[in-house]
Design a protein. Structure first.
Length: 362
């Protein structure tokens, strides 16, 4: 069976301050009242990313290869499966360029691939990177690779090698792009397969994200711009500059997920990447199953509240663009919940698996 990553297309109710009505003016004996227009909403599509177009591409690819749609690809190898995933960092790199900070995006690069392959229960074995630029800045590239090495260390895998491509005229001065490829392995008897193992009544446990992670930055940058701010301004929701706070690297969940699965057993795992919970959770569920998310189960971080309020972003777009403070989730038998939470105190109960497709917020 060959699977490939579903395309990640970046890859809190809105509260707006009421504007006072304008003073009425007399026109031809009739009083005409003008009121201020409602603040313009921002959406991911307005920021330049069309999730629906990305989903349509996936549907077309599935006609060519019906087995795609999971978080990673698997091929048999003896009594195990080799599991592979690939991803990039997206427009989060724009923040690294602006802030001239390049030591964290390498961690993001590793995280986005290894967090995908652990959804199958695979322990990452090695990682490969691809760095493309217009003209090689050795000091800059060294900082990027230092981050990649740190990400590999956190994941328990080796940086096996990579490719550096100089392409004059293709990139702006000082800019580059990154892609990464992770390979892991899992015994055939230990594969996490939600479509086979997740059942109605399974409890959904979650781990928090460290921030936006590496999805949705096109919209983030638009909101900052709309606020009339720069990445170098003081952050409204945390200590430090906006750019430095937003460059917080993606959390790597490898050790926690692998330990929980090997010692207790997980029925399904979902990496909350591009598409948020509404797009990613259904990827591991069998037909006819859905989930109910308890909105009171955790506090949405101030970062996401600020983005929604400042950008006047519809709640549906927030949920479909960002992780909303949840980095990875797992479905477990109700009898195993206490054991899991004792082993990993950071876990919290997010919801439950139910009959009926879709992600419902209750």
């Amino acid at each position: 069976m060959l699977n490939v990553n579903k395309m990640s297309t970046a890859r809190v109710a809105a509260t707006t301050r009421a504007m006072p009505a304008m003073m009425p003016r007399v026109s031809g004996g009739r009083v005409a009242v003008r009121t201020a227009a409602a603040p313009e909403q921002l959406t991911y599509k307005m920021a330049g990313v069309d999730i629906d177009a990305g989903d349509e591409l996936v549907r077309r690819i599935q006609k060519l290869n019906p087995s795609i749609g999971g978080f990673s690809g698997m091929v048999p190898f003896g009594d195990s499966f080799l599991v592979a995933g690939t991803d990039g960092v997206g427009t989060k790199l724009k923040l690294a360029f602006d802030m001239n900070r390049h030591d964290t995006v390498g961690i993001d690069l590793v995280a986005m691939s290894v967090n995908d392959i652990i959804t199958s229960g695979a322990q990452p074995m090695f990682f490969l990177d691809y760095l493309a630029c217009g003209a090689l800045d050795v000091d800059q590239a060294e900082q990027v690779v230092k981050g990649i090495v740190e990400g590999c260390n956190q994941s328990g895998c080796s940086l096996l090698g990579g490719e550096t491509a100089e392409m004059p005229g293709f990139y702006q001065k000082g800019e580059y792009d990154l892609a990464g490829f992770a390979v892991g392995n899992v015994l055939k008897t230990k594969v996490i397969n939600g479509k086979e193992n997740v059942n109605v009544g399974d409890v959904i446990l979650a781990l928090p994200s460290s921030g936006v992670h590496s999805n949705g930055f096109s919209l983030v940058r638009k909101v900052v711009e709309k606020a009339g701010m720069t990445l170098h301004d003081p952050c409204p929701w945390a200590e430090g500059k906006i750019g430095d706070v937003l460059l917080t690297p993606t959390t790597i969940y490898v050790k926690t997920i692998i330990d929980l699965h090997n010692k207790i057993g997980l029925n399904g795992v979902v990496h909350i990447t591009g598409g948020g919970m509404p797009e990613n959770i259904p990827r591991v569920l069998k037909k006819g199953y859905g989930v109910e998310i308890n909105e009171d189960s955790y506090e949405v971080p101030e970062l996401f509240k600020w983005l929604q309020t400042t950008g006047n972003v519809p709640l549906s777009d927030m949920r479909r663009t960002f992780n909303m403070g949840v980095g990875i989730i797992m479905m477990v038998d109700p009898s195993k919940v206490d054991e899991c939470m004792k082993m990993c105190p950071e876990l919290f109960k997010l919801g439950i698996v139910v009959d009926g497709e879709g992600v419902k917020y209750v």
